[in-house]
Design a protein. Structure first.
Length: 260
């Protein structure tokens, strides 16, 4: 289990314990916001911390050497925020639209100098002119601003005092505002390009807590892009960068606090 997810689970557990103590410390406590979930439509907002990383499938020729991966990814930790629109379907199901903005910066390292062995070309690959990779060539700092639009189907249990557990799953449309996909420059000019328009799936679980004036929901969400985000380097660029990868996909874990 990664450190971010462990910290998020510990923080969520502490919050749940404190909230549970406040909500359930008297047996005769009255239910709060009793009619809130009977509304056909309701609104809110959320704040979140995120952990962004890449799932990489390497090209067997250019992406590995002597059973070692030549391309590695370093995750980032950042934040985001968004809005909530809920449509009540029945007593146990809600449909949620939660558009948000996510920020992050990831790092890709290309230890692909050994690809010089293919400089003469092969039956399936053109020859290229090798050159020594500097630190600036090897490391790509990839800044990311994502417009994330998830549509989630939420299944929840019955209220117990002033709380209610739930699970949710759905699909996302994600726009990468810093993709550089339209740039004519590529990694030869230190420009990493990826797709602008992406599709993902998400799964989420949490507990809803009811207070006098609002509903607070701490939750954990995982989001995983399904399409390949690579925009290939130009044909004349040596196979040090995108040619070393077959597939590149964003993976994200969120700790979310929702206010409704």
């Amino acid at each position: 289990m990664n450190k971010f997810l462990l910290k998020a689970l510990v923080l969520a557990s502490v919050n749940v314990a404190l909230l549970a103590n406040a909500q359930f410390r008297t047996r005769n406590r009255m239910d709060k916001l009793e009619d809130f979930d009977e509304q056909k439509f309701s609104w809110g907002f959320y704040l979140n911390g995120n952990r962004l990383d890449y799932r990489i499938v390497l090209n067997p020729r250019y992406g590995s050497s002597n059973n070692q991966n030549l391309v590695t990814s370093k995750e980032s930790y950042s934040f985001g925020a968004g809005l909530i629109a809920k449509w009540r379907l029945n007593d146990y199901l809600d449909l949620r639209l939660e558009p948000g903005l996510q920020f992050g910066q990831r790092q890709l390292t290309f230890n692909t100098q050994s690809n010089d062995q293919y400089a003469a070309g092969t039956l399936t690959n053109d020859p290229f002119i090798p050159f020594p990779l500097t630190e600036k060539d090897r490391v790509r700092e990839i800044k990311t601003t994502l417009v994330d639009v998830p549509v989630l189907l939420e299944f929840h249990g019955q209220r117990w005092y002033n709380s209610r557990p739930y699970v949710a799953a759905g699909v996302n449309y994600i726009v990468n505002l810093q993709s550089n996909s339209d740039s004519s420059d590529d990694n030869l000019q230190q420009v990493f390009r990826s797709t602008t328009h992406n599709f993902a799936w998400s799964a989420e679980m949490g507990i809803q807590f009811y207070f006098n004036k609002f509903k607070l929901t701490p939750a954990i969400r995982g989001t995983f892009i399904m399409n390949n985000e690579i925009v290939a380097d130009n044909a004349t660029t040596p196979p040090y960068w995108t040619a070393a990868m077959s597939t590149l996909q964003t993976r994200a874990v969120f700790f979310v606090l929702k206010f409704e």
